[in-house]
Design a protein around this ligand. Sequence first.
Ligand code: GLN
Length: 583
Amino acid sequence: MMPFPVIPARLEALRLRYASDDSGALADYIPELAKADPSWFGMSLCTIDGHVYDCGDSDQEFTIQSVSKPFVYALALADNGPTAMLERVGVEPSGKAFNSILLDGTNRPHNPMVNAGAIATVAMVRGVDGRFDRILETLGAFAGRTLSMDDSVYESERETGHQNRAIAHLMRTAGVFDLDVEEVLDVYFRQCSVLVTSRDLAVMAATLANGGRNPVTGRTALPSEAVGDVLSVMFTSGMYDYSGEWAFETGMPAKSGVSGGIAGLIPGQAGLGVFSPLVDDRGNSVRGTQVCQDFSKDLGFHLFRNRTDSLPPIKSVSIGSARHSYRVRSIAETQLLKHHGNRITAFELQGPWTFIAVERLMRRVGELDSGFVILETSRIGSVDEVAGALMNEFADSIAANGGTLILSGTVPTRLTGLSTVTFPTIDEALEWSEERVLSNLSPEGRPGSTVTVADSDLGRGLDADAAEALARAGRMMRIAEGSAVVHEGTAARSMYLVTSGHLTASIGDRRVASFGPGAIFGEMSFLTGARRTATVVADAACRLVEFNDIGALSPEIRERVHRNIAVVIAQRLTVANRTMTDG
Ligand code: GLN
């Protein structure tokens, strides 16, 4: 099929909505920046699986300017850790212009997104001579390509950047750093002159959205621990003295630069890059700001709006008295499970596993009276650190209360330590729990490990002689572990009573039922001559009684046996109906 045009059309419509707006002005305090073409307007979106949508002038290069700040802050955080960074650079919105000559009450720059904080951040990057090389390499890792510098913009700013010199000298005097002022500024001016496109900004932002791993190259640009710190300051200070209104309108962490770039993102979803060089009084791209605000509204990007539609963490709850495993059971065992099966509860879990998911699960389990708690975890998307720790404490308190936690399906790494009892399917977990519940009950009513024809469901209501006659009509069989008793698709006219051992029925490679002592199988073919619907294999050495033809028995015995078979079938249908209405 053709690629669907829905999203490209949306992006283009958004861009065209503002393409004719020529308000704002080119930044000219760096003379080279005034040479930009005011009509340039590029826009790109990069998803966290690395697909990029481009429109307009998305391959037009421009100098990154202040959009570099969060990425260099990321590098400095990775070099020094958050505590050392906080000693030198604050995280408070300044409410002042990006180039204010201003420190906070503790003589630190307010935050790393304004010039003062960005210059101090440069001084924190490790590598005396190689500082700029490391910065260029980091920006390239975020963009997913090798970047270069625009020499004329760099020289233009170096010659005219007196306001930044004033800021740097103020910080040097205040002891924010003790390096040579010109050396630090030189790296800062170079950093601002690195050439990027709107596409690069989208990929850089998507890398932050993706926890620090570039979704296009697969390379880690930033350790994931630092991502939250970077996004927090972008959210509160990334748009300078417009940051509050920006957060209110777009709900996206973002960063702008005076050359007209904006990089914004929604964690876990996508990164957005916009470039249009006409900027407002605060140094934010006019079209870029408008497009981002509409984009956030049209595509639901606001972090705090429409965030209540997440999956419920518990997809289904089944109580063992209503939902039984596929184990085919005697009438007596089925009755026992109907009464005592509430000791088992199976939860199918789903979605990202976070604090609030664990809280919900623990509350539900707490309301129940189940000693056997089955968790089917295949649909859990991710488990965060807190959820992993809480789940382990939850598992410990279940064990301390004498309960048993059982896992089924694919178990996320953070949850593998919860229990040593794990099964590939929820059905096997249910069957195991049922066996435990039954064997914890008093022995009466529960068939032992060996069942005779006389005390099986087939022999119900027969006196000793009649039961004896029925047993003689059958053929005793021993089945070795691993061998098949019946084969799917074959014609047959016999049924089996399991007197000891255990067998599993499968259709293809799907397990559909299992049988233990007292179970009867093959009764459908026995009654109707229908072909076998499943293959039955012995899990362990078994003893069976095969019934082929009971025509030689007296009419009374035959009538009773047929009635017994009817009761067995009726009971299975009752269990199946209950499971269906429960499901
Ligand atoms: N290089 C520019 C400066 O320091 C960056 C400022 C900006 O993009 N807001 O003035």
